[in-house]
Design a binder for this molecule. Structure first.
Ligand code: IMP
Length: 179
């Protein structure tokens, strides 16, 4: 695995496909154990979570549903300013156990908005599963329940994560080469 260049930036190999699969198996085992006898709904946050969701769900042995959402932000007509809307969720999730599936939690801003929207839908529980987590950047109150791997504050690419829309198709993770 060599370096790759996307537009103006160069990235170097960081987490191999094998290591990713090991981290994903660990997360799947935790979820399988914690949800025995339950039937959760996995909700993936697009676009970044599609690869993680796919590999994670192959190792989930629960009876479960899968859905994907996008967070759309637009200027509201009231004085409250920005309004966040969840698009793509067609299932009735009232009373359900939700597992939010994220590619990466960085500042957690996205997560907090999603969490609050879902809470308002009177769900039974919400847990968060993220392939990658940047603990140094995260100062929000919600715990990240299932973490594939913690990473330092660096910009990463691949396995669903993009730089300016590109690189999502890479099967391993690369990190920005600062040199
Ligand atoms: P947050 O709201 O700061 O936690 O980040 C939300 C989104 O930003 C993630 O779901 C990613 O799509 C994107 N993001 C955050 N950090 C990175 C990164 O290092 N590389 C690529 N995308 C990132």
């Amino acid at each position: 695995m060599g370096k790759i260049t996307i537009k103006d930036k160069t990235f170097k190999p960081y987490i191999s496909a094998e290591e990713l699969q090991t981290s994903i198996s660990k997360v799947a085992n935790e979820i399988n154990t914690h949800y025995i006898g339950k039937s959760p709904i996995f909700i993936g946050v697009l676009n970044g979570s599609f690869m993680f969701m796919s590999d994670l769900l192959k190792e989930i042995n629960l009876q479960c549903m899968v859905s994907f959402v996008k967070l759309a932000s637009y200027e509201g007509t009231t004085t409250t300013g920005k309004v966040n809307e969840l698009i793509g969720l067609n299932e009735d999730i009232e009373g359900q156990d939700i597992i939010l599936v994220e590619d990466i939690v960085d500042t957690g801003n996205t997560l907090v908005k999603l969490y609050e929207i879902l809470q308002n839908k009177k769900v039974n529980s919400i847990k968060i599963a993220s392939l990658l987590f940047k603990p140094e950047a995260y100062h929000k109150p919600y715990p990240i329940d299932y973490i594939g791997k913690e990473i330092p504050n660096a910009f990463v690419l691949g396995y669903g994560l993009d730089y300016d829309g590109y690189g999502r198709n890479l099967s391993s993770i690369y990190v920005l080469d600062e040199q």
